[in-house]
Design a protein. Structure first.
Length: 367
């Protein structure tokens, strides 16, 4: 656990399309260019190997961009547009180029007027105009009223199982209740069934989909080269975290935290407790992290294995590296305004969303 504000970091600034490092120790120059514009509340981006780009808009639209021509994809599941809820994450299946299969997460309207995080699979039609074979794979139970803390990212593991991050929906104690999906990372198979090696399968009163628990509002997730899952999550007033997710582990919310309630009151029992995982890294003050990527090093060799996290609050992309993990660089530009998602494209370019600008940007090495 480490305070970002007390650690040295390098700052990269850009005012035009080409970014030059201002630190003598930062040797990488990059080019940032807009690729998709004119979006409304974009939430997730998925670059395709054929040059197309898929983008979710929280209002419930899935946009397919082909060389600047945008179409709204038909057949998207109905979403609950409530506060932070709506159409959320999008991930292309590992075999997308062969199957056209993808996965989406969204806030689903539920019986009784509430809503909960859900996961569906679908096939993108050959012309990109519609989703086919839409199948709901998971719906959180029992769901909640209110529009806060849906999570939500979906990541396909190397074994084909799916991890989905779920916020505690503003119900803090529920994050410690294994009988509810609030504040968890869940794991299901591609058909929605429960893997029998999940940690709570067969435990009385526990939801078998749960992989880890004690999360507040995890809005970033990605795999490293070893297939390990990393998650970023919002704290309250301070205490945003990056966590390496372990099977069956408790990440502490709301028992322990490095932040405080917005009122200034203490959260739980302090910053640590036996049986509860410590964050790999935390921020205080909060940066409002959304979107997390572990970079392969394809185009930027020096960044291989580094973790990138978008900041909604302070308008930058954090780069984390080292053992123990540290924030070693803040990438800032006119493009990095309220960064909602960050992913690696098929050729190693780094793609990210500036939410208020309604723009998808691509970062590549400067020539």
């Amino acid at each position: 656990m480490h305070l970002a504000t007390k650690l040295p970091y390098f700052l990269l600034m850009v005012t035009a399309s080409v970014m030059q490092p201002i630190s003598a120790n930062a040797q990488i120059s990059v080019k940032i260019e807009p690729v998709v514009t004119g979006l409304e509340a974009p939430w997730a981006v998925a670059p395709m190997s054929d040059g197309g780009v898929l983008v979710t808009q929280r209002g419930g639209q899935l946009i397919y961009d082909r060389g600047g021509e945008q179409i709204e994809v038909a057949g998207v599941p109905k979403v609950a547009l409530d506060g932070q809820g709506g159409l959320l994450d999008l991930t292309l299946a590992r075999d997308f180029d062969q199957t056209r299969k993808l996965f989406v997460t969204y806030a689903k309207p539920q019986t009784g007027g509430g809503s909960g995080t859900a996961l569906a699979s679908a096939r993108l039609s050959d012309d990109g105009a519609r989703l086919e074979d839409v199948t709901e794979l998971f719906e959180m139970a029992p769901g909640s009223s209110g529009g806060r803390h849906f999570g939500s990212r979906v990541v396909e593991a190397p074994d084909g199982t799916l991890f989905v991050t779920i916020g505690e929906r503003g119900d803090r104690p529920a994050a410690q209740d294994l009988g509810r999906h609030n504040g968890t990372v869940i794991r299901v198979n591609r058909d929605g069934s429960v893997p029998q090696d999940n940690p709570f399968v067969g435990q009385a009163g526990a939801r078998p989909e749960i992989w880890s628990y004690g999360h507040r509002n995890p809005q970033g997730a990605g795999l490293d080269a070893q297939g390990e899952l990393w998650v970023s999550e919002h704290g309250a007033k301070g205490g945003d975290e990056v966590n390496l997710i372990a099977k069956g582990a408790n990440y502490g919310w709301p028992i322990v935290s490095y932040g405080r309630h917005y009122s200034g009151a203490k959260i739980g029992e302090g910053t640590s407790k036996d049986g509860i995982e410590q964050p790999a890294y935390y921020w205080d003050p909060s940066i409002a992290p959304s979107g997390l990527m572990v970079y392969s090093g394809t185009l930027f060799k020096e960044w291989a294995g580094d973790i990138f996290v978008g900041s909604l609050k302070f308008d930058y992309i954090a780069r984390l590296d080292g053992t123990p993990l540290q924030e070693v660089e803040q990438i800032r530009s006119d493009a990095t305004i309220r960064v909602r998602d960050i992913v690696e494209g098929p050729n190693g370019a780094i793609w990210f969303i500036s939410e208020p600008q309604g723009t998808i940007y691509r970062m590549t090495p400067a020539k």
